[in-house]
Design a binder for this molecule. Sequence first.
Ligand SMILES: [Zn+2]
Length: 93
Amino acid sequence: MKMSETSETIFDEAEDCCQSCSLPFNDEHTDMRSPENPKYCIYCYADGGFTMPNATADDMVAIGVPLLAPRMGEDAARQYLQALIPTLERWQC
Ligand SMILES: [Zn+2]
């Protein structure tokens, strides 16, 4: 059973997403989970480490906005990512 997706609920399964960039591991992105570290996606984690070890949460927002913008609009994407990404595990002290 699949819930209908709206721009507000499309990433509700936030607990099962990349803990660096917030990419959701849903049906659409199930292949993007890193086999080396299932907390992260293949874009964030590869070859035994982060692909961008010096990145900040702000950098991830900047990267994610153009990816999400086609779905939800640029302003909404930026607000969404600015609220979500700093809460992910990688960015906790
Ligand atoms: Zn990621």
